[in-house]
Design a protein around this ligand. Structure first.
Ligand code: NAD
Length: 489
């Protein structure tokens, strides 16, 4: 069954969600449909007054409803109800997401939406399992480590997987007893708004989940610097992450989780299963047209198998039909905006001017909308912009190595350390290389996230700070208190 729809007939709500209700505001920004370049609607840009209203609603809901102090199982039950409603509204959410994002409508219910509901359930179940500790101390004392919610979490998400990124941020924060004020990307706000509204229908206290619309410079900046936002959780580019650190620092001190950019390597050794490697590499760079932080954008292959691997990659990366996200079973994914498409092409052309050899692709595809042909470049050397820049498009670089030492040198990116993949049948080599790769996640003989939400995700180097998913994300939304009690006779 397909959820294909007519984008012109979809009603889009562009109010903020504050205190459990919709709050209208003057329109300030157009939201564009990447599949055909047309305007989908207008959204407001929340100023400092609206941000303050949302933060105060969150504070009041968190402290007034007892959300942070209730038996944790009550939070578990409420969050399961929210996940149930998200699954029940999958078709509606999928259409709201697909109309302005790069995510095909038929991929969403079994993909991003199912994963988002699963993540909410995962964190819901942690609420009564993670807690304080009694620690060894003198016989005449009792040492305790207590923990408590931080209060209001300010969250900011990117456009590339809007619903699941919102789930990453909201689920651990709420399960850990906090309230949330979330600013989705100004390019893809609609499904996140509806998902947040469903939390109220599920019985979460009104105001516990607030969504404010706007851009980074005005709304995002005001949110992270707000004195009553106790923690900031951000996913987006490294540049914006650095700007947020600066903004937070100017307004005081608070914990930050930053999930940032990547330029991840995939190492193919001579003994690898080349069909498996080619399948994984092609899928990793074509999925969402390479607009994924984890995209394995740098192929680093043993000289002995470079030719057969390249043949296999070229066969798997032939141009696909540019089809809109709202059609049935589209073959390919649009680029989010004209600006991003021009940026991809700008880096590809700069790479060629700096000596990279174009092996396939290398140009935008015919529209309507914004599409870019699957591209492979042989960069020549490690300072080429195709290697140094996060392109965030369907562009692979293809480099060769003579031995393991050189493979590791090439893999080690000067800026990013988000993920890495490697393909080999030699267990000892796999474990040696895993230990030496400078990345927060490493996949062996596979590439890409699984549904094992227990595995934390976080970047090394300038790919981030802290973790989403896993126990780590939950614990980062709690703060600890050490207690020592002297026992009296
Ligand atoms: P972006 O940094 O341009 O924007 C992300 C969000 O931050 C948006 O909501 C934007 O409005 C807001 N923002 C921008 N500047 C801000 C500021 N100064 N203060 C506060 N908020 C600000 O990123 P994008 O183009 O939306 O997303 C793509 C980027 O996200 C890529 O670099 C990608 O690697 C990264 N990403 C990382 C992960 C991860 O898990 N590490 C996951 C998805 C995307």
């Amino acid at each position: 069954m397909t959820l294909a729809f007519d984008p012109d007939s979809l009603a889009l709500d562009s109010c903020h969600l504050i205190g459990g209700g919709r709050v209208a505001d003057a329109p300030g920004l157009s939201v564009i449909r990447p599949s055909d370049g047309r305007v989908a609607g207008e959204i407001p840009v929340a100023g400092a007054d609206v941000v303050d209203r949302a933060v105060q609603a969150a504070r009041a809901a968190q402290s007034g409803s007892g959300w942070g102090t209730c038996p944790p199982r009550d939070r578990t039950r409420a969050l399961h109800r929210w996940a149930d409603l998200i699954e029940a509204h999958a078709a509606e959410l999928a259409r709201l997401e697909a109309v302005v994002s790069t995510r095909p409508v038929d991929e969403l219910p079994g993909g991003d939406i199912a994963v988002t509901a699963e993540q909410i359930r995962f964190f819901a179940e942690l609420a009564d399992k993670e807690g304080g500790l009694s620690v060894p101390t003198r016989e005449t004392s009792l040492g305790l480590i207590l923990d408590a919610p931080v209060g209001v979490v300010g969250a900011i998400t990117p456009w590339n997987f809007p619903l699941s990124m919102a789930g990453w941020k909201m689920a651990p924060a709420l399960a850990a007893g906090n309230a949330v004020v979330l600013k989705p990307s100004e390019m893809t706000p609609f499904a996140t708004l509806r998902m947040a509204e469903l939390s109220v229908e599920a019985g979460l206290p009104p105001g516990l989940v607030n969504v404010i619309l706007g851009d980074g410079a005005t709304t995002g900046a005001a949110l992270v610097a707000h004195p009553d936002v106790a923690k900031v959780s951000f996913t987006g580019s490294t540049g914006a992450g650095a700007a947020i650190m600066g903004n937070v620092a100017r307004s005081g001190v608070k914990p930050l989780t930053l999930e940032l950019g990547g330029k991840s390597p995939q190492l193919v050794f001579a003994d690898a299963d080349l069909d498996l490697a080619a399948d994984c590499i092609a899928r990793s760079i074509l999925f969402n047209a390479g607009q994924a932080c984890v995209a394995g954008a740098r192929v680093i292959v043993a000289q002995a198998v470079a030719e057969p691997l390249l043949e296999r990659l070229i066969a798997r990366m032939q141009p696909r039909a540019a089809s809109p996200t709202w059609g049935p079973q589209p073959e390919y994914y649009p680029i989010i905006s004209a600006r991003q498409s021009a940026r991809i092409d700008g880096i590809v052309q700069a790479a060629r001017a700096a000596g990279a050899e174009l092996l396939i692709g290398g140009a935008p595809q015919e529209g309507p909308g914004f599409f870019y042909a699957p591209t492979i470049l042989a960069p020549g050397d490690a300072t080429n912009p195709a290697v140094t820049e996060e392109i965030f498009g369907p562009v692979l670089t293809f480099e060769t190595f003579a031995d393991e030492q050189q493979a590791l040198l090439l893999a080690d990116h000067p800026t990013y350390g988000l993920c890495a993949g490697l393909y080999t049948r030699d267990l000892s080599r796999a474990l040696r290389v895993v230990r030496r790769l400078q990345a927060g996640t490493v996949w062996v003989n596979r590439y890409g996230r699984s549904r094992d939400h227990i595995l934390p995700t976080g970047g090394w180097k300038q790919s981030g700070l802290g973790h989403d998913l896993g126990r780590e994300a939950y614990l980062a939304c709690r703060r600890r208190k050490s207690v020592l009690i002297d026992l009296q006779e």
